[in-house]
Design a protein around this ligand. Structure first.
Ligand code: AMP
Length: 447
């Protein structure tokens, strides 16, 4: 299938070909025709599938065909809501790239930066507004934006917006929009909350689902390196150094942990930067740019900050700490193995994280192979201690030593299926290339 056959106008075809795309991805093939017809969409897709162009291209076309002469300031006709600043910036970049041959104006607004330059842009009038919910409401409060003429609403990564507690903000925004509009909702997972939201919002939506996640997963090698908590940093430096990794995305559970780890890596002579919600937008953008260009070898990130990051051909993802929410593991490892490239996702797991690991394995319906690195064998005398919980308190009860926990039997060895590998082994030699064929399909079709 070609982009031409999807019925896109010449200016969009030109932009797509200049971007170097030869054919639409599966989500683009499925989403573009119904969006062009004006239908609502319920899309099961996450970053990496090409979903941004899947909604942006037809959205631009619809705005062009419905353009009416207006007196005064151009009204916002398309609103895209995203959970994070990074995703907002990336979606905006796509709007600019795909719309570069069209006379439409767009801008992006998110928190963490001064509101005044954003106001100046809004006052001039924009057709397309990409926004995070909180900052959008700040603008509404300051009367710098009018949402009463919105024809198309996109909720991008709706599940994450709900996870992040944006439901009230979203409801407030929805109350400001016209009743009759086209709504496109994208979500990687379909919880009851998402279904409730979509039922109240979407009118006979086209259901779209892509199996890309499984295809990607097949290219991702997953492995667990059992190790004691206090030796994780040392093992990480060793893995980076001995394998000569040039670009590694490392996940920690907390912002403080991300800062501390990146500082320790720098002390070890490994260039590193941290990216999380407490960093200024400037610092986050700079860290990401330096990582993309290779100036920084290691980017240490929290789940929320990393969500939606599009870094091409990222070869290695390390879970320095397992996430509290098992589904975040799937999102994390989805950062690698993209666009047909092979990727490696490894997790440094200490005894405290046994239950988190069980939950992950239950979710993805497979056991991840254990690979003990010689010299970093866990000390069997160390007993599990409770993990301090941030997000996800509801999902996981804190583990207490000696207490039976939701993740499994306290007496079962956390490392029952471990193997020993030789220190300094070449990266892929000894490791069974266990592929994640049974990784959970997050893109369940909504009932
Ligand atoms: P997304 O899921 O929208 O974040 O897109 C993931 C990546 O795929 C981005 O780097 C896009 O530039 C790229 N992409 C989107 N559509 C296509 C396409 N039709 N062909 C090749 N790459 C694409």
């Amino acid at each position: 299938m070609s982009f031409e056959s999807l019925g896109l106008r010449a200016e969009l075809l030109r932009a797509v070909s200049e971007k170097g795309y030869s054919a639409p991805t599966p989500i683009q093939q499925q989403a573009i025709p119904p969006v062009l017809e004006g239908r609502d969409i319920m899309g099961g897709a996450q970053t990496g599938t090409g979903k941004t162009a899947g909604f942006t291209l037809p959205l631009l076309q619809r705005l062009m065909s419905s353009e009416k002469p207006v007196k005064g300031r151009r009204p916002v006709r398309a609103l895209v809501l995203t959970p994070t600043r990074e995703l907002a910036a990336q979606v905006y970049e796509s709007v600019v790239v795909y719309g570069k041959h069209l006379p439409l104006r767009s801008t992006v607004i998110y928190g963490g930066v001064s509101i005044n330059p954003q106001k100046q842009k809004l006052i001039k009038g924009v057709d397309i507004l990409v926004a995070t919910p909180g900052r959008l409401l700040d603008h509404v409060g300051q009367r710098s934006v009018d949402l009463s003429k919105v024809d198309i609403l996109v909720l991008d990564e709706a599940d994450r917006m709900l996870d992040m507690g944006f439901i009230h903000d979203i409801r407030k925004v929805l109350a400001l929009l016209p009743k009759h509009k086209q709504t496109l909702l994208f979500s990687a997972t379909f919880s009851n909350e998402i279904k409730k939201l979509s039922n109240s919002l979407l009118k006979s939506p086209a259901l779209i689902e892509v199996a890309q996640q499984n295809t990607t997963a097949e290219l991702v090698t997953q492995v667990i390196h059992p190790v004691d908590k206090n030796r994780k940093r040392e093992l990480l430096s060793y893995l980076i150094g001995s394998n000569n990794w040039k670009q590694v995305l490392v996940f920690t559970r907390t912002k403080h942990g991300a800062n501390r780890l990146s500082q320790q890596l720098v002390k070890d002579g490994i260039t590193a930067a941290a990216i999380h919600g407490n960093k200024s937008q400037g610092a986050r953008t700079r860290a990401l740019a330096e990582f993309k260009t290779g100036k920084v070898r290691v980017l240490v990130a929290t789940d929320i900050a990393a969500r939606g990051l599009d870094i091409n051909q990222l070869p290695h993802v390390v879970n320095y700490e397992l996430p509290n929410i098992a589904e975040d593991y799937v999102h994390r490892i989805g950062r690698t193995g993209r666009a047909g490239n092979e990727g490696e996702a490894m997790s440094l797991v200490c005894v405290d994280e046994h239950n988190l690991l069980k939950d992950i394995e239950r979710l993805i319906k497979r056991d991840i192979p254990r690979d003990v690195i010689e010299g970093y064998e866990p000390d069997p005398a160390i007993k599990a201690e409770p993990i301090q919980r941030g997000r996800g308190k509801q999902q996981q009860k804190a583990a207490r030593p000696g207490q039976k926990r939701p993740g499994g039997d306290k007496n079962a060895s956390p490392w029952s299926n471990q193997r020993q590998s030789s220190r300094g082994r070449s990266n892929n030699q000894n490791r069974s290339r266990n592929q994640s064929q049974s990784r959970r399909r997050n893109t369940q079709r909504a009932a």
